[in-house]
Structure formats: structure tokens, C-alpha cells
Design a binder for this molecule. Structure first.
Ligand code: UDP
Ligand code: MG
Length: 318
């Protein structure tokens, strides 16, 4: 019998866990032709999430958990889930029921019968989300798809089922700055998309503030495109050429018309503009350097505080 691991990163999800687990187990019961492993990753929650998970583990033998020593972020949670999953197929799922477990049978069927390696999910609406956030999200997807060779699908959730080869491919990408939406696209494989309407979370609240999303977007661009570096070089070249033209114009004007030097306001504007562009370009270069710096430290992606996994399961990358 095949085994499916459901990996669930949780951060302050105490109120959502009970309804989530109930729905998940009822779907699992319907799918009696596969075995299940439920792997909860407690990402340094500050509420009673860990205790809740422990009580689930007492109730149900299939529940495994890993508890991080602090909050490492959802990306680290996903990585830990994939790394410690024993299943032939692995599903990443949020704990707030925004990823409907009812799609699981369809996902498994598509992999087994239609020969896909990954079955992802895409929400086609952004109902219930602040308008301004949807607007910026759409802009981000347009921008990053123009800049990057990797296909990053608008509305794609992290909720997906993957075959073993796909999971191993993701694990082989050991980068510390993990932008999963890009990583999932980068590995390739045959992928099917299931579409569904956005569902609002069942309890608790979203962990993403606008500012966090903005930083995440920048992380994604830096991780999957070097176009900003090209743009800043082109900017530099353009400014140089403009300067040469201006020099010629001023020399000719002074020789022909004997124009006295005048106009410091325009000079101030030019200096401000150019120093602004310079700072921007240095900032862009700095972003790439900072990421390189963080990668070279080779810090582990997460640290386990406690878990109920057997001792010989894979250790975090050193
Ligand atoms: N999450 C996590 N670590 C974090 C933030 C979030 O493990 O630092 C988990 C969270 O518990 C949830 C999933 O990631 O299961 C998605 O988070 P959320 O629902 O807040 O994101 P949204 O659905 O609003 O994009
Ligand atoms: Mg959510």
C-alpha cells in the first residue's frame, strides 16, 4: 500500500488544529486504499499549538511532530516536512483549512492514473482578501514572470502532492533563502493544477502582514532573477551617455553663444536624481550580496527542539 505524508507547518494555529484534524482524518478514512502519516511542524508557536499537536499524537498513532527551537518561517517548515516525510507521496498543507483536504483523492488519482509527478492547487479568486493586497500580488506575479525564467504561477498555493522524485529534487536545493513558489517551478516535472475558489481560514489569523509580504516578494525576485542587476547596469550606461551628450551641448553652447554658467537649481536636481539612482543601484547590488553572504554561512535551515520521530530520521543539513 502507498503511503502519503501530509506535512503541516503550524505557527500559532491552536484554534484551527482541531477542526483541521477532524476534516483531514475524515478524508483519510475515505481513502482507505492508502496509508497516511500526518507530520506536524510546530514553527516556534507562542500559543498552545505544541500541546495540541501532542494530544493529537496521543490520540492517533499516525501523527508525528517536529517542534522547532524558535520561529524559522514557513519555508523552513516546508523543508523540514519534506526532509522528514516517510511517505511515497508528500502533501504540503496549511493548518487553517484554506487548503481543502477534499482535494486529496483527486490529487492522488491524478498522480497514479494520469502520470503526473506533482499536483498543485491554484485559487482562481482572491475573495476575502484586502483589495490592495490582491492588486500588489497580481503586480508581483506579472513582474517576477517577466524577470525570471522560472514559471511562478499566480494564485498557486503551497498545497500540493508530490511524488518521491519531485520531493528529492526539492531537497537537493539546499539554499537557506528559500522561496518555495520558485523552487516548485524550478524543479520542473509534469505538473497538474487543480483550481478552486479561495476559502477563508477557519480560525486564528493570517501570519502575513503587508510588510512581510513585501519583503517576501523582494526575496523571491532576488532568489529567482538577476534582472535587477542588469537594469541597474543599463541605468548606469544610460546616465553616462546622457552626461556625454550634455557635455557636448554645453561646450558648443558656450563656444557659440558665450553663455555664462547659470542655473544651480537644475544642477541640484541633477545631482539629487543621479545620487538617488546610484543609491538604488548600490542597494540592488547589496541585496544580492547580502543573500550571497547568508548562503555562504551555511547555517542550518531549522533546528529541532523536540519531536516524536525515531532517532535515526534524517538530520538537518549541516
Ligand atoms: N506558518 C508557519 N510559520 C510562519 C508563518 C506561517 O509555519 O512563520 C504556517 C501557518 O501556521 C499556516 C501556513 O504557514 O499553516 C500559512 O500561513 P497563513 O495562513 O498565515 O498564510 P496565508 O494563508 O494567509 O497566506
Ligand atoms: Mg492561511
Amino acid at each position: 500500500m502507498d503511503m502519503i505524508t501530509i506535512a503541516v507547518p503550524c505557527y500559532n494555529e491552536e484554534p484551527a488544529l482541531e477542526p483541521f484534524f477532524e476534516e483531514l482524518t475524515s478524508i483519510a478514512q475515505q481513502m482507505d486504499y492508502v496509508e497516511f502519516e500526518f507530520l506536524f511542524i510546530n514553527d516556534g508557536s507562542k500559543d498552545g499549538t505544541l500541546n495540541k499537536i501532542k494530544s493529537l499524537a496521543e490520540r492517533d498513532q499516525r501523527v508525528k511532530y517536529i517542534s522547532f527551537s524558535r520561529n524559522f518561517g514557513k519555508e523552513a517548515g516546508i523543508y523540514a516536512g519534506l526532509q522528514n516525510a516517510l511517505g511515497d507521496y508528500v502533501v504540503i498543507m496549511d493548518a487553517d483549512l484554506q487548503d481543502p483536504p477534499s482535494l486529496l483523492p483527486e490529487m492522488y488519482r491524478a498522480i497514479k492514473e494520469e502520470g503526473y509527478d506533482c499536483v498543485g492547487s491554484r485559487r482562481v479568486t482572491r475573495k476575502g482578501e484586502p483589495r490592495i493586497r490582491s492588486f500588489f500580488a497580481r503586480m508581483f506575479y506579472k513582474l517576477i514572470n517577466k524577470m525570471s525564467d522560472t514559471d511562478i504561477v499566480d494564485g498557486a498555493r503551497d498545497f500540493q502532492m508530490m511524488s518521491r522524485p519531485a520531493v528529492d529534487a526539492i531537497l537537493s536545493m539546499g539554499e537557506v533563502n528559500r522561496f518555495s513558489k520558485g523552487i516548485f517551478g524550478w524543479i520542473g516535472f509534469r505538473k497538474k493544477w487543480l483550481e478552486y475558489e479561495n476559502v477563508e481560514r477557519v480560525a486564528g489569523e493570517t501570519k502575513w502582514s503587508f510588510w512581510k509580504l513585501f519583503l517576501y516578494a523582494i526575496e523571491g525576485i532576488v532568489a529567482f532573477s538577476t534582472t535587477p542587476l542588469v537594469i541597474s547596469s543599463v541605468f548606469g550606461l544610460f546616465c553616462c551617455m546622457l552626461a556625454f551628450v550634455m557635455i557636448l551641448v554645453i561646450i558648443v553652447r558656450t563656444l557659440v553663444f558665450g553663455d555664462p554658467t547659470s542655473g544651480w537649481p537644475s544642477l541640484v536636481c541633477i545631482i539629487l536624481l543621479l545620487s538617488g539612482i546610484q543609491m538604488l543601484c548600490i542597494g540592488i547590488v547589496g541585496q544580492y550580496m547580502a543573500k550571497t553572504y547568508l548562503e555562504t554561512k551555511k547555517r542550518p535551515i531549522y533546528i529541532i527542539g523536540e519531536s516524536n520521530l525515531p532517532k535515526n530520521s534524517p538530520a538537518p543539513r549541516i
